[in-house]
Write a protein that binds this ligand. Sequence first.
Ligand SMILES: Cc1ncc(COP(=O)(O)O)c(C=O)c1O
Length: 390
Amino acid sequence: MPDGQRIYLDNAATSWPKPEAVYEAVDRYQRELGAPAGRSAYREANEVERMVDATRRQLCETIGAEEPRRIVFTGNATDALNLALHGLLRPGDHVVTSVVEHNSVLRPLRYLEQTREVQVTRVGCDCQGVIDPDEIRAALRPATRLITLIHASNVTGALQPVEHVARIAKQREILLLVDAAQSLGHVPIDVRTLGADLLAAPGHKALLGPLGTGFLYIAPGVEQHLSPVRQGGTGTQSENDMQPDSLPDRYESGNHNVPGIVGLGAGLAFVRQQGIDALRRHELSLTEQLLAGLRDLPGVTIYGPSELAHRVGVVGVTVDGWEPQDLATALDTACRVQVRAGFQCAPLQHRALGTATRGGTVRFSLGAFNTQQHIEAAVQALAELAATPV
Ligand SMILES: Cc1ncc(COP(=O)(O)O)c(C=O)c1O
């Protein structure tokens, strides 16, 4: 690697770099277009509206949604998950979730437990971080209204048996919310095959859009149960002071993050042109290289599924003699290898894995622009540091 070049392995937080077309789309919007979407009718405003519609259409096609209006733009995946949880759950409702979840699900659920008398059951996971659908089935009650499940873990990379859980949910007429923050763009997703009633995803991770982008998919009929959590201007039915009922306006009050959405359109076009299957093959081959390089290093423990087919390119490790935060700092300082250390906003997952008492893990997360050289450099850097604990 050229000296001093960043080896960015923090793609699970947000992807970097972005395709050139993303920088160009954001720049052109900011310098030349600079108009709101869905509100005015001059030339630039019309073009911006077409670009926002085109991104919505691309998202719809990418996840096999029924129609573009079922895609609601949000500020990130957290925003989409909050809309789903706060919009659906009522006092007395019971929710089943898991210890594998991110705080963007765990914290809204805690809040709803404390303030809205929502009841929550959190099922455990095995030593590789995978939940058991039978435990979900056993946790269901007459009052269960929702199952919410992560698709791929941001700690272990484990893919969860979402389709199996979806069949259980359908049999019992319970809604299923899927957190696809670490899967969309890394693995092919068809919401109807997956069985998701609601699917939340960021635009700024594997879809390669800018920060500040995300969306919620709402399956047909689910909107009848989902209240908006914000009201305000939509640019439609402006003569009326009632929130419109039509999708997506019902949930999209206020000006859009248009620079983000046009950038997301360009990122998504790049991802679709490469093909999600091809990107998955690329990321899995680098994951295999990383796992092989780390497996035999003394003092290094790897978490998550050993079989590649059951994971995405997120690899968590602990190294004897090192605090995760110190190790991450040393990796950057000594070798410009950039990773995330600690609990990765998933406290219950770390308790279940036994890594909470060690200060969490060091997480390597791969993306479309990583190369074999990046992995070689990361393995070498970790090998050197593991041999010299502080
Ligand atoms: C599994 C999971 N869910 C949700 C989120 C929240 O995503 P965002 O940063 O887009 O709000 C993350 C972020 O890392 C995540 O890993």
